[in-house]
Design a protein around this ligand. Structure first.
Ligand SMILES: *[C@@H]1O[C@H](CO)[C@@H](O)[C@H](O)[C@H]1NC(C)=O
Ligand SMILES: *[C@@H]1O[C@H](CO)[C@@H](O)[C@H](O)[C@H]1NC(C)=O
Ligand SMILES: *[C@@H]1O[C@H](CO)[C@@H](O)[C@H](O)[C@H]1NC(C)=O
Length: 491
């Protein structure tokens, strides 16, 4: 591929490195069997340990012994009728064998395709490739970190897998950042450091109070959707010696003495409020460049996602793409700052919507799963009809519902959520996410379930998302589809 300019080179390079683009092709699992066995045109770049695929013979048949070679000329003498009978028997036998093989193939493929999961972030794989080619750098490592972080904050990988990747990244971080001399801190030279990060959304760019209210783990544990919950939060802050007025200020404007050791303060008081380390602490990284710029990986991943799914009309997808590229390369602080505001707006909209769901008792049990639908004309609907955002909305809704639900079984139920998508076409975007109790592997079975329910009812659905558990459907077909889904999952 000839590239006409440096900009173009970087464009493609980032295109490949950015989780958002490459994940579509590499980190989605399972890999289609046609891609696995087509060794000529398609090369898979992935860890071999992550590839467990049916045997070739189980899913493919060579055309040669495929055809039932049973065309016999019409002869009426004995010899040929005997021959004919033998041929018929053989043909029947072959057909039976074939049917058996096909049944087995369907079963094997169903088992193989039943759950959608995610493998190692493609950004991390690309980074490891650059390392093997001795072309690795801190800038590329930062992109790998963002890719891995994005997988985690969008509930693609379980915590254990995330920690495993962070450990791999950590060894690269110490390798590339071990020089502790001053020359490294020269302007715009990037330094990356490992840190136990507070799992509070964007708190460095918000007020501590707002951040806590918009972080799902905290909000769910403290039940911040209730008056009692708000009271509990006030107590919690007071116990840590943090005055409310200070907490409601911008974090940057808080007294330095209060900000010091804020993590330790939280850790000391949290047990009483039912919070454990995992709710609050996330092993992560931050980047330091220039004299005072400091960015943490989760913030950057969130901002990048918010910019990519910017719903403002004046913004084309290409604009969004280049803006998110600016954020990844830290080349434009204005874009970063605007992105932070966007990300906050997204979180605020999500929390408001979750509150509405709970207040109106709109999360309903259908038996084998919970469901919730946003009504047409609701505020911020356009914002939710995007894949990353609907994913987070669904997860927030499920966690919030389970935190206040009296039904102990809620934690074992998956959630289906629908958002109006296109008014002219009359479509809704539907997502299905696994139950909280399945957080250890985050396997999602809704891809196959949606497909089957749609097939059995002839609903007008469109399954063209890379995430098969997200699909578009005509809103008129909704109840028909849901009846089918319920009976399918009840089996
Ligand atoms: C097809 O033919 C090959 C060899 O030609 C054989 O190994 C294989 O078992 C055959 N497959 C079936 C399903 O008959
Ligand atoms: C069998 O006969 C049909 C019609 O005469 C023909 O189209 C087909 O190709 C034949 N199949 C084989 C395996 O010879
Ligand atoms: C940064 O982005 C803003 C908004 O997109 C743009 O107006 C400005 O020219 C950019 N600055 C640089 C230095 O590229």
């Amino acid at each position: 591929m000839m590239l006409s300019s440096t900009r173009e080179f970087w464009f493609w390079w980032h295109l490949m490195l950015m989780q958002y683009v490459l994940v579509k092709f590499f980190s989605h699992r399972p890999v289609d069997v046609h891609n696995v066995y087509n060794a000529v045109q398609i090369k898979l770049l992935m860890r071999t340990t992550e590839l467990s695929v049916p045997e070739y013979d189980e899913v493919f048949r060579d055309e040669d012994n495929d055809s039932d070679n049973d065309n016999i000329s019409d002869n009426s003498d004995d010899e040929s009728s005997r021959k004919r009978k033998r041929f018929d028997d053989e043909a029947i036998e072959r057909r039976m064998q074939r049917r058996k093989w096909e049944e087995n193939r369907n079963e094997v493929l169903f088992k193989y395709m039943q759950f959608s999961t995610y493998g190692t972030s493609s950004a991390l794989l690309m980074f490891e490739l650059t390392w093997k080619m001795s072309k690795d750098s801190n800038d590329l490592l930062w992109l790998a970190i963002i890719g891995v972080t994005d997988q985690y904050i969008h509930y693609k990988t379980p915590r254990e897998k995330y920690i495993e990747d962070v450990m791999a990244l950590q060894s690269h971080v110490s390798r590339l950042n071990h020089r502790d001399d001053d020359e490294l801190i020269s302007i715009n030279c990037l330094k990356i450091m490992y840190e136990d990060e507070l799992q509070l959304s964007l708190y460095r760019h918000w007020s501590l109070f707002e951040s806590v209210c918009h972080s799902i783990n905290m909000a769910a544990k403290l039940k911040l959707w209730t008056l009692k919950g708000q009271k509990r939060l006030h107590e919690f802050l007071a116990e840590m010696g943090l005055p409310l007025t200070q907490c409601k200020q911008k974090f940057t404007a808080m007294d330095t003495s209060l900000k010091m050791d804020i993590r330790t303060k939280i850790q000391q008081s949290m047990n009483k409020y039912g919070l454990v380390d995992e709710d609050i602490i996330l092993p992560s990284f931050f980047a330091q460049y220039g004299f005072k710029n400091r960015l943490c990986a989760t913030d950057v991943a969130m901002v990048t996602a918010a910019i990519l799914e910017n719903w403002e009309k004046s913004n084309t997808p290409t604009d969004s793409f280049f803006k998110s590229l600016d954020v990844l390369t830290r080349s434009n602080t204005t874009v970063m700052e605007n992105g932070l505001e966007l990300a906050k707006k997204q979180l605020q909209a999500i929390i408001t919507q979750v509150q509405t769901f709970l207040d109106m008792h709109q999360v309903i049990s259908a038996g084998p799963f919970l469901y919730a639908f946003i009504q047409e004309g609701a505020v911020d609907v356009r914002l939710f009809a995007c894949h990353q955002c609907i994913m987070r909305l669904a997860r927030f809704t499920l966690e919030a519902h389970c935190s206040v639900s009296r039904n102990k079984k809620s934690g074992n139920l998956p959630l289906v959520l629908g958002v109006p998508m296109n008014n002219d076409k009359g479509t809704i975007l539907v997502i299905g996410i696994p139950p909280l109790s399945m957080d250890d592997d985050r396997k999602n079975f809704f891809g196959k379930a949606f497909e089957q329910a749609a097939l059995s009812t002839n609903c007008r659905t469109s399954h063209n998302s890379f995430d098969t558990f997200i699909m578009e459907m005509k809103s008129e077909d909704r109840s028909k589809f849901f009846d089918a889904l319920i009976s399918l999952l009840n089996e």
